[in-house]
Write a protein of this length. Structure first.
Length: 228
């Protein structure tokens, strides 16, 4: 499928109804930060900042000894993770972004336990005390794969499917290419877009693959689902 895009580089003038449209490097739309080059780090940093702010605002809850640890963990996921993970389905994650999110997850658990960085506690020790494994990246993987499966089955916006499957005309720039949205899926599952499209038609199989991928299973186990 070849889709034509009218790409206007940032810095060119755009006129609409005789008026020049102001161009900016980034703006906020429905709570998510959009940039002129479609990069995600600004939005990710903004979400992390808001999540940390929410965590600090509810310090009275984390200090309440009458609340159990299990209840506090549920409140963290409801009140803090919900802020942090807003808009993640559209993120294209680099390794630096993943490290940034993992660090934010550990900051949240340290804040909940009221452990200062000066205490020099290891991340492993913190997770053992909380009684969980690293979960944030797995949650992101699960949500992105669920969204992709929904899209590849033709449910929802046709434009989303067109963006994923379409190829723009023109030549690519010389040098290392920027990571694209589907590159995350390919890295996590080892599936090409054609293989993922075929696998997604079976909702039960796709759901099983999503669970395995989010849990960090090996690619060969996931790949075998596509060729059962």
């Amino acid at each position: 499928m070849n889709v034509k895009y009218n790409y206007i580089p940032y810095g060119n003038n755009i006129n609409m109804n005789g008026e020049e449209v102001e161009q900016v490097s980034h703006f906020k739309y429905l709570g998510s930060v959009k940039t002129c080059n479609a990069n995600c780090p600004i939005d990710i940093k903004a979400r992390i900042g808001m999540a940390k702010g929410k965590m600090s605002d509810r310090q009275d809850i984390w200090n309440d000894s009458n609340l159990s640890t299990v209840l506090k963990m549920k409140l963290v996921k409801i009140m803090v993770w919900r802020v942090l993970l807003y808009g993640i389905k559209g993120w294209t994650l680099t390794k630096a972004d993943e490290n940034r999110l993992t660090a934010a997850e550990m900051w949240i658990w340290r804040r909940k336990l009221r452990i200062s960085w000066t205490e020099k506690r290891t991340n492993r020790g913190i997770l053992d005390e909380v009684g969980v494994k690293r979960q944030l990246l797995g949650e992101i993987v699960s949500r992105k794969l669920s969204y992709l499966g929904h899209t590849l089955r033709g449910i929802g916006s046709a434009m989303t499917l067109q963006v994923i499957e379409g190829n723009g005309e023109g030549k690519r720039k010389v040098g290392r290419q920027r990571k694209q949205w589907y590159d995350n899926i390919s890295d996590w599952t080892g599936l090409s877009l054609v293989e993922a499209t075929r696998l997604a038609q079976n909702r039960a199989t796709w759901k099983k693959m999503t669970v395995l991928t989010a849990a960090g299973e090996e690619e060969d186990i996931i790949f075998s689902l596509a060729f059962k």
